[in-house]
Ligand binder design. Structure first.
Ligand code: PLP
Length: 294
């Protein structure tokens, strides 16, 4: 079956889907995106993703391409037409097509592309044995809270991680504090058993997995501290893990050359992963996104 992509009002075969060369996304990375997981043919944490999309668009003063309801319908159509049960949907919205000039053009229409694909299986070895991260300087801009398609520092960092045999690179600010991974949020569990992740300021993307997991952690009564932590503190932590839409919750067993805890995936991270997976499964079965605590 050929893949179907939504491009500016039309559902097209993947090979025919194209964007104008003067699209500002192509020329200036003047746009935003979302990656949302699909489970059982339904979007996971849809409200969180659509709220973040609205926020990113508003911060850049890009007009919403359509109402939330309409967007939700088109997302569902892309999933349905591609017969995706488990996978991801990629959505990109840019300021549109205009002759190349830096200021905002007067009359452009927001360009919208939505594509979906089946999920890549989670690497069972990464899950069972944990993964390694390296630390690198955070060379990004001061508005990492916007899910911009401008991802050069992120791809350079991810490539550096790959070349070092690591899954991810944790970016570190000028004060020696971890901001986040190149496409994931960073977490540790302290010796005192506190769950620590950086507060959602302009230095990080407020991950939808992060938000859902914070909610889950609160419900089970964990002590949560949203604050920055240093590389040294992370290396001395009892556990470390990362979160994202595609990795869910993945245990970290090594940061640079330091083993974390006893060098095996931590128990709390494992439990949180299981809870997150059942949270996603619950939505796949038609349940609510953030169920009320019983
Ligand atoms: N941080 C960055 C820089 C990201 O690019 C991503 C996801 O792409 C995340 C964090 C995790 O966000 P989410 O949980 O919404 O996938």
């Amino acid at each position: 079956m050929s893949r179907i992509v939504y491009v500016n009002g039309r559902f097209l075969p993947h090979r025919e889907a194209a964007i104008h060369i003067e699209d500002r996304g192509y020329q200036f990375a003047d746009g935003v995106y979302e990656v949302t997981a699909v489970r059982g043919g339904r979007l996971v944490d849809e409200t969180l993703h659509l709220a973040r999309l609205d926020r990113s668009l508003a911060e850049l003063r890009i007009a919403a391409p359509m109402s939330r309801r309409a967007l939700s319908f088109v997302l569902g159509e892309v999933i349905r037409r591609n017969r995706i049960r488990d996978g991801i949907v990629y959505l990109q919205a840019t300021r549109g097509v205009a002759p190349r000039d830096h200021p905002f053009p007067a009359d452009t229409r927001t360009s919208l592309v939505i594509a979906a694909r089946r999920a890549r299986a989670v690497n069972p070895k990464a899950l069972a044995e944990g993964i390694k991260v390296i630390t690198i300087p955070d060379i990004r801009w001061a508005r990492c809270d916007i899910k911009s398609i401008a991802l050069l520092p992120n791809i350079l960092g991810k490539q550096q991680a790959r070349e070092a045999g690591a899954y991810e690179a944790w970016q570190v600010d000028g004060a020696g504090l971890v901001t986040e991974g190149t496409s994931t949020n960073a977490w540790i569990v302290t010796e005192a058993g506190e769950l620590v992740t950086r507060q959602a300021d302009n230095a990080i993307l407020n991950g939808c997995t992060r938000l859902a997991l914070l909610d889950i952690a609160r419900r089970i009564g964990l002590t949560i501290v949203e604050r920055p932590f240093s590389v040294g503190e992370a290396k001395a932590a009892r556990e470390a893990f990362l979160t994202s839409t595609t990795s869910l919750v993945l245990p970290i067993v090594r940061i640079d050359d330091t083993a974390i805890g006893d060098g095996a995936p931590g128990l709390l991270g494992r439990r949180l992963r299981e809870l997150y997976v059942s949270h996603a499964r619950n939505q796949a079965a038609g349940g609510p996104e953030l169920p009320e605590v019983a």
